[in-house]
Each structure stands twice: as C-alpha cells, then as structure tokens.
Design a protein around this ligand. Structure first.
Ligand SMILES: Cc1cc2nc3c(=O)[nH]c(=O)nc-3n(C[C@H](O)[C@H](O)[C@H](O)COP(=O)(O)OP(=O)(O)OC[C@H]3O[C@@H](n4cnc5c(N)ncnc54)[C@H](O)[C@@H]3O)c2cc1C
Length: 425
C-alpha cells in the first residue's frame, strides 16, 4: 500500500494522520518529541479550547488577513464536525461564554489521549524522537520521503508538513516546517508573533503585576490618534506591561501595524493604549458616582476614598497619576481635580513600545504562502505529493478556539486528500 508521511504530531498532524488512515492509506507519523500533542496540553490554560461553536463565516472573520483561504477546509470540516469527531472519540464537549468549546472534563490531556488512542486503533505507525531534517524528492520533483536528524530514512508517496509555528518552542514547534518548505521552493511570508503580550514604557506598571481587570474597554491608537483597535473584556498587568485575552487580540493590530511600517524591533513607533476602567458609565454617571463616594468619605484622606471605585492595588497608582496629594482631605478636593480623576478612570493611558518575543506568543503570523497551496486539498502547487496543515500555513486567528479549528480543518482535509492521491496511484 502507498503511504503518507505526516511530519509533526500536533493538532493538525494528528487529525491528518487519522483522516489519512480512515481514507484507506497506510500512514506514518514522525514526531520529534517523545510524546504527542505537547502544545495541545498547554492550550486554554490546560483545558484546551478545542474549537468555537461559531459558523464558518464567523470563524473566517476571526482569521484576519488570509481567513478566506480557510473557507473550503472549514466547509468540509467545520466546528460541528470537530465536536462530533471528539465526542465520537469519547471526549464529551461543552460550550462556554463566547462560544468557546472545551472538554467537559476541563482536561486538555483527554483530547491528546483520545487522538493517540484513535491513531493506534487505525494502525498509524508513530515514531517518536524523530526530527525531520530534509525532504527527499524523485528526479521529476515529486516527494519520495524524508530523512531525520538520526539519519533514518522514511519513504513516502505523500508528505504532510504539520510542524506548527515557532512559539512556545519547548513544545517542539521551532519553525522547522518553514525551512523544509522553503528548501523545496515555497515562499515563506515574514514570520512574526501574533497574540502576544505587550510591553509598555511606564515603569510603574510593575506595581500592578498580577492585577486582573474584568469588563474594561481598551483602545489602541497611534500617537496621532488613529484608532487601530478597540475591545471590551478582560486583561492582566504583568511586570513588563499588559497581557490577557483583550491584550492578545489587540496585539495583533499592533504587530500588524508595526509590520506594515516595516520597522525593525528597536525602532517600533510607540502606540497608545487607553484603558477605560468603567466603560458602562457615561462621563456624567461616573462623575456622579465619584461625587457620591466623595460625600461618603468627605472626612477621609483621598488615599482612603477610592476603595469602592477601584481595585485595591490600583488605588496608589491612580492616586499618583491624578496628581491629587494622597493625604488631601476629600472635602478639599476641587472640581478640577475631581474631573481629572474622572478622566483618568475613563482613559488610563499607557505607551506600548514593543511586544514580547516570539517564544511567548500564542501563534505565529506569516508562514507558507497561501498562494502556493490549494485551499480545497492543502496540496502544494509546487511540489507534487506535498501537503500542508495547521499553523505552518500563513493564516493565524484570534483567541477563542479558532486556531485549533484551523488546525483540525486543514489537517483533516490534508489527510484525506493525501490519502486519495496515494490510494489512486
Ligand atoms: C499557550 C498557548 C495556548 C493556546 N491555547 C489555544 C486554545 O485554547 N485554543 C486554540 O484554538 N488555540 C490555542 N493555541 C494555539 C494552538 O495551540 C496552535 O495554533 C495549534 O496547536 C497549531 O497546531 P499545529 O498542529 O499546526 O502545530 P503544533 O501543535 O505546534 O504541533 C506541531 C508538532 O510538530 C512537531 N515538529 C516540529 N518540527 C518537527 C520536525 N522537524 N520533525 C518532527 N516533528 C516536528 C512538534 O514537536 C509539534 O508536536 C494556544 C497556543 C499557545 C502557545
């Protein structure tokens, strides 16, 4: 029987191997680690946000830039198919806030275990500790097999590159697939971190480390006030700046802007992040709210009058930024000072000067150019018998289960199409 070789035992590679075997091909999977799905295990903080319950259109919208490339694979294997697939493997799923789908058990390990069990059931030959270093080709150009770092050769009639991106390299994704693809003639679009924490200029941010804010509105603009993005939700302060779901989403706008500007890392144009701590209140409502608190605490010092309005660790920072002396009695605070406080609460302003390095990003933007991949089959348009799946392709989505859905869809289609090619020959 002709065989498929899958490089990489992550989300895309695992489902590709399963679909290839189900379609009737003999499948070999090579994984450089001693275990499968290391990155899956850390997804969704160990709970694995398997997919999004959104429809195809909505999912495509959550892949800014090249999302439309995913239409065919998503239509063939949408999130309902993903749910069905995992439930059939014995992993019941549940839908949470924001249409995020998780295992009922809240254990990413269950997802990996189920995939591994299915590989065994289907007779996929899995080789651990095998890092592919080159693709061998026939004289006419079609793939012939691979060679690994250990010097072992594996022949194949079709090869699926599912090596992931290059974030969290401890999971095994170190960008090998980009090099393998480039050597056989594929264009690699510039690689950059996407969904990555942001670094701010203000040093006092370290005092807020660990403070998580829910229900805030963030607005990211250029220094000239051009709005790059705005969103509502949850964020966290870190020792270097900002992180959390809202920041990761907005970071995409920042990294894309910096990429467009073509500036090198040390020349990034600083951007402005405004945090509205009370977005549900109009300026008038917020002012009335502050006045109420100030009436209640009229005989106290300013530093002791904000506890009903703000989280405890934020009070000293806001107090300093508002330039109202901490020991001033509340009844002595004038209208102008109160107004300053109100404005600060509605727009706590930070200067974003950089993003954290690639290794700390959730996904890699850039990768194998979509122009050279058939979106219906994931086949290379350059090398006969070569296929791509998952993050190695130049598509990247927002948080919410979209990236894994992209990996399941492209992986499933790549596995099926590769099997159809090899079983036809
Ligand atoms: C902290 C974190 C949390 C995340 N949470 C979520 C989430 O909850 N939901 C979501 O949708 N997305 C999430 N993502 C993104 C998601 O994990 C990835 O987009 C997805 O895993 C990509 O799948 P992949 O199969 O393409 O790559 P990977 O999962 O990275 O798998 C690639 C595999 O290839 C192997 N490999 C690499 N090179 C070679 C080689 N030369 N030879 C052999 N094997 C090789 C690697 O060891 C690895 O096992 C998260 C990412 C991170 C970092």
């Amino acid at each position: 029987m002709s065989s498929i070789l899958v490089i990489g035992g992550g989300a895309a590679g695992l489902i590709a191997a399963i679909m290839g075997a189900k379609t009737g091909a003999s499948v070999t999977l090579l994984e450089r680690n001693e275990r499968l799905g290391k990155k899956i295990l850390i997804t969704g903080k160990g709970r694995c946000n398997v997919t999004s319950a959104a429809d195809v259109e909505e999912i495509v919208r959550h892949f800014p830039g090249n999302g439309t490339f995913l239409y065919s694979s998503l239509r063939a294997f949408d999130s309902a198919r993903t749910v069905e697939f995992f439930e059939n493997l014995g992993v019941p799923l549940k839908i949470e806030r924001g249409q995020r789908v998780f295992p009922v058990s809240d254990r990413a390990q269950d997802v990996v275990d189920a995939l591994e069990k299915e590989l065994k059931r289907l007779g996929v030959s899995v080789h651990y500790g095998q890092r592919v270093k080159a693709i061998k080709r026939k004289a006419e150009g079609a793939v012939a097999g691979v060679v690994t770092e250990k010097g072992d050769s594996f022949p194949a009639s079709a090869i699926i590159i599912a090596t992931g991106g290059m974030t969290y390299p401890g999971t095994g994704s170190t960008g090998d697939g980009y090099r393998l693809a480039q050597i056989v003639g594929h264009e690699i679009k510039p690689l950059r971190p996407s969904l990555v924490p942001l670094v701010t200029e203000e040093k006092w941010i370290a005092d807020l480390q660990g403070l998580s804010l829910k229900n805030v509105r963030l607005t990211l603009t250029t220094k000239n006030g051009k709005k790059l993005g705005e969103d509502f939700g949850e964020m966290i302060f870190t020792h270097f700046g900002l992180s959390g779901p809202l920041i990761l989403t907005l970071s995409k706008k920042a990294t894309d802007y910096w990429e467009q500007k073509g500036k090198s890392t040390d020349q990034k144009e600083p951007l402005t992040m405004k945090i509205n701590l009370k977005p549900a209140l109009t300026p008038e409502q917020l002012d009335r709210r502050i006045q109420r608190d100030f009436e209640q605490y009229a005989r106290k010092q300013y530093k002791n009058a904000l506890q009903d309005l703000l989280p405890k660790s934020l009070i000293p920072v806001i107090q300093k930024l508002s330039m109202i002396p901490e020991d001033k009695f509340v009844h002595q605070i004038n209208r102008q000072e109160r107004f300053r406080l109100q404005e600060l609460i509605r727009a706590m302003t930070l200067t974003v000067v950089d993003h954290r390095p690639m290794k700390e990003a959730i996904v890699t933007a850039g990768g194998v150019s979509i122009k050279e991949i058939n979106p219906k089959t994931m086949a290379s348009k350059i090398v006969p018998g070569l296929f791509f799946a998952g993050e190695v392709i130049d598509v990247d989505g927002y948080t919410g289960g979209f990236n894994l859905q992209g990996a399941w869809s492209t992986g499933a289609i790549a596995g099926k199409s590769a099997a159809e090619v090899v079983t036809d020959t």
